[in-house]
Design a protein around this ligand. Structure first.
Ligand code: NAD
Ligand code: UGA
Length: 464
């Protein structure tokens, strides 16, 4: 039977955009996105959506109230649905067994329990959250243990590959859609039904089906291999700085080999975002649990190099400023973990800000999309050696880059927002303390032009 009614548990960065695109492309399907957070649902129903994502406003506006609904009535949405996406958060465990590495599946388990409690008809339950291998088995166990008579479930794995900042494009033109399920008549039928939803806009040849465990592991593998490329080029950036090679030239030369490819070789202050670190730590934990210590160690290095890169960058700032930041004003351009998003989860900027504060600096922050409250919350949550009453007066958040940099000793570029490329750096220079420094953690500004103006410039992976 074709899917008529979809429910999505979790109205976050994945659930919101994914279901908006499904609603856009499948006008005959009713899509309801629900969340435990009433505030988040209220924002999805307002003019100011809870997340900034290019193109998202238009998609939501064209479907909301027609076949796309955001609701806090989780029970009704589950009752009505033929197919339910579980798109809840799967953070790293903060305590107990596997603390700091294993994925915390409490929200996935909570979602499975609500589905089991409420459902009165057959459901296809689709694991969209990123989970450890064999998590579908845990979901299945919960559903079966609490099953009402006559209600049947099929569990599918359908990991999401969108990147923030390009989510709508990634969803519309996905390289592939992955669906894992059981190799039984009922399993194959469920795969076919989910596949027919995607076939509204994704060519059938790009919809790949496989067994559930392969699908779950493929998601962790994809993120691990993407992050590994960044750590690889970042590790080489240290060699470039020590030798006089230029990491951009090395990346170009290496990327021209079609077996390697040119994408994801941009050296940087380090990768951030809610998933790379969490998913690799999860993979490391799985490998350790499977008694595969060499494999665990291999992937752990991707995280270790990322930490090394962030520390190398902040050390460079401190050393260049005569090894003391006490009493100095440092301006941070960019707080989001990448451009075109307001998301700050695991942003390298948080690490940079925290380190500079711990060194005694006053910091001034400008980001075009991150709200002031979010910045203060992130700083309060990161480990700062000094008490809040001591560091808080040393932080200010600005609404434009010029007021932010005025009177500062240094500018630190942490996010690659396009607007940072073409600022009037001559004007900025004239209003800064001298010597004036720029530390470009994203390699986006014209370093030669800045040197000509009079700035001292440092960047990643090349000597200037
Ligand atoms: P998020 O934190 O933005 O959203 C998750 C939402 O789920 C929250 O709003 C939370 O309140 C809600 N929730 C938790 N338990 C619930 C329940 N029982 N019922 C209803 N709602 C519930 O997370 P996200 O960034 O959307 O990520 C979700 C999952 O997708 C994670 O596993 C993540 O690893 C994966 N993923 C994320 C991205 C990304 O770009 N953010 C991309 C691919 C995959
Ligand atoms: C990443 C993956 O790209 C998605 O495919 C995946 O679905 C998602 O994680 C997830 O599972 O959450 P995302 O974290 O949103 O997406 O953004 P990316 O574009 O991957 O960037 C991650 C971080 O790496 C950013 O801090 C970015 O600035 C940095 N990066 C990226 C580099 O430093 N260099 C690069 O060459 C590319």
């Amino acid at each position: 039977m074709p899917i008529k009614n979809i429910c999505c548990l979790g109205a976050g960065y994945v659930g919101g955009p994914t279901c908006s695109v499904i609603a856009l492309k499948c006008p005959e399907i009713k899509v309801t996105v629900v969340d435990l957070s009433k505030d988040r649902i209220a924002q999805w129903n307002s003019d100011k959506l809870p997340i900034y994502e290019p193109g998202l406003d238009d998609v939501v506006k064209s479907c909301r109230g027609k076949n796309l609904f955001f609701s806090s009535d989780i029970t009704s949405a589950i009752l009505e649905a033929d197919l339910i996406f579980i798109s809840v958060n799967t953070p790293t465990k903060a305590f107990g067994n596997g603390k700091g590495r294993a994925a915390d599946l409490k929200y996935v388990e909570g979602a499975a329990r609500i589905i089991a409690d409420v459902s009165k008809s057959d459901k296809i339950v689709v694991e969209k959250s990123t989970v450890p291998v064999r998590a579908a088995e845990s979901i299945s166990n919960i559903l079966i243990a609490n099953q009402r008579p006559g209600v049947a479930y099929q569990i599918l794995s359908n990991p999401e590959f969108l990147a923030e900042g390009s989510a709508i494009n990634d969803l519309l033109y996905a390289d592939r859609v992955l669906i894992g399920g059981e190799d039984t008549p009922a399993g194959r039928a469920a795969i076919e039904e989910l596949s027919s939803v995607y076939q509204h806009w994704i060519p059938k040849t790009n919809i790949v089906t496989m067994n559930t465990w392969s699908s779950e592991l493929s998601k962790l593998a994809a993120n691990a291999m993407l992050a590994q490329r960044i750590s690889s080029i970042n590790s080489l950036s240290a060699v470039c700085e020590a030798t006089g090679a230029d990491v951009s030239e090395v990346a170009r030369a290496v990327g021209l080999d079609s077996r390697i490819g040119s994408k994801f070789l941009q050296a940087s202050v380090g990768f951030g975002g809610s998933c790379f670190q969490k998913d690799i730590l999860n993979l490391v934990y799985i490998c350790e649990s499977l008694n595969l210590p060499e494999v665990a160690k291999y992937w752990q290095q991707v995280i270790d190099i990322n930490e090394y890169q962030k520390t190398r960058f902040t050390t460079k700032i401190i050393e260049s400023c005569f090894n003391t930041l006490s009493g100095k004003n440092i301006c941070i351009f960019g707080f989001a973990f990448k451009k075109n998003t307001g998301d700050t989860r695991e942003s390298p900027s948080i690490f940079v800000a925290k380190t500079l504060l711990d060194e005694g600096a006053s910091i001034r922050i400008y980001d075009p999309k991150v709200e002031q409250n979010q910045i203060y919350e992130d700083l309060a949550n990161s480990v700062i050696c000094t008490p809040p009453e001591e560091w808080r007066p040393r932080v200010s958040v600005h609404s434009d880059p010029y007021s932010c940099s005025e009177g500062c000793h240094a500018i630190v570029i942490c996010t690659e927002w396009d607007e940072f490329i073409n600022l009037d750096y001559q004007k900025i220079y004239s209003e800064m303390m001298k010597p004036a420094y720029v530390f470009d953690g994203r390699k986006i500004v014209d370093h030669q032009a800045l040197l000509k103006i009079g700035f001292h410039v440092q960047t990643i992976g090349m000597r200037l």
